[in-house]
Design a protein around this ligand. Structure first.
Ligand code: SAM
Ligand code: SF4
Ligand code: SF4
Length: 337
């Protein structure tokens, strides 16, 4: 099983599990309020994978060579007792690293239990430290201080070198680029600037709203001298930089202007058990059905292996052809980024 490769010779190494479609934020670029308002119907509880079902899927992926798991959503911290899932996943042989991507709003009071359950790393999505922009982009009248305080406590409780993900949108939060870098200097946390992507179908994405990493770098270089760093490991998605005085590492994730499909080793599981082999896929393979119909571990292994062997996704490399057509994608909050 371990050396299973897809059609472009890519192994599977990372598994991203979306544990809920619900979220306490309404980020304009992900779940705009106008679409995901009071009357929007999220999935009923029984349609979500339960923790035992998620564990089974993760066990198969571990056999295929996955050693890293990321818990995401929607907002993973709105899923009740998520620590129990993390505990189960951290007991799977071969899983070396469990991370979570969160908007950070509910994080602070959960830090101890998350640590005890075996969570190794945290990424906090934070688009601005300026209260007005934070409220505008998160679509809620929430205080950014609560997220900043959670990050500080996370550092104090031993979660070091958090990744702070900032989606940059033209004419919305360019000022966050230097604000965030200045704020997190000397903290060990790593700000990563993400190009605004055309995930999903409902956020009204247009290329003119994207600020490329080249432009973001120019903004940073207007204030700081920077140096490029080597990849931590082959196929690392973020491009790494450091301020010349070594006070802050930062990075870029550039799916739009510099695609990285050739080294993409990620599989994704939606909250209702679809296996999705590309962030921009328009459908997934239902794993919940065979599991609920009582398939054996060997059968589940075979289903997942067969999907990976046939995988030939490279959306970012061929985006232009696809955006011209009426290509319909899965929404970001369903697969978790
Ligand atoms: N709710 C959690 C959070 O925000 O961290 C986890 C799920 S969220 C879908 C995962 C990541 O996707 C976040 O860092 C978010 O900023 C990013 N994201 C969502 N929509 C995006 C878009 N259109 N372009 C780029 N990144 C996006
Ligand atoms: Fe929620 Fe995360 Fe999407 Fe924002 S990016 S709406 S926090 S799922
Ligand atoms: Fe991987 Fe798809 Fe993103 Fe390419 S577009 S890097 S295949 S998830």
């Amino acid at each position: 099983m371990k050396n299973t490769l897809d059609k472009f010779n890519r192994p599977v190494r990372d598994l991203r599990i979306s544990v809920t479609d619900r979220c306490n934020f309404r980020c304009t670029y992900c779940m705009p309020k106008e679409v995901y308002g009071e009357s929007f119907k999220f999935l009923p509880r029984k349609e979500l994978l339960d923790f035992n079902e998620i564990e089974r899927i993760a066990q198969t992926f571990a056999k295929l060579g996955v050693n890293k798991i990321r818990i995401t959503g929607g907002e993973p911290l709105v899923r009740k007792i998520i620590e129990e899932l993390i505990q189960k996943l951290s007991n799977i042989s071969g899983i070396e690293d469990i991370a979570m991507t969160t908007n950070g709003y509910l994080l602070e009071s959960k830090l101890d239990s998350l640590k005890q359950s075996g969570l190794n790393r945290i990424t906090v999505s934070l688009d601005s430290i300026d209260s007005k922009t934070f409220k505008k982009m998160s679509g809620q009248n929430f205080e950014v201080e609560k997220v900043l305080s959670a990050i500080k406590s996370a550092n104090d409780k031993g979660f070091k070198n958090l990744k702070i993900n900032c989606v940059v949108q033209k004419n919305v939060n360019e000022h966050s680029i230097l604000d965030l870098l200045d704020y997190f200097r000397d903290s060990g946390n790593i700000v990563r600037f993400i190009e605004y992507m055309d995930v999903g179908n409902l956020n009204g994405w247009e290329l003119k709203d994207v600020i490329s990493i080249k432009e973001i770098l120019e903004i940073i270089e207007s204030k700081y001298k920077v140096k490029k760093l080597n990849e931590n490991y082959q196929g690392e998605v973020a491009k790494r930089y450091i301020l010349e005085d070594y006070s802050a590492e930062f990075g870029f994730i550039s799916s739009v202007s510099q695609p990285f499909c050739s080294t993409c080793t990620r599989a994704r599981i939606t909250m209702d058990g679809k296996l999705v082999t590309c962030l921009f896929a328009n459908s997934g393979i239902d794993l919940r059905k065979p599991i609920r119909e009582g398939c054996s571990s060997e059968e589940l292994d075979q289903i997942i292996k067969d999907v990976w062997i046939k995988r030939k996704d490279q959306y970012s490399e061929i985006r232009h052809e696809l955006t011209k057509s009426n290509y319909k994608k899965i929404e970001m909050f369903q697969i978790g980024g």
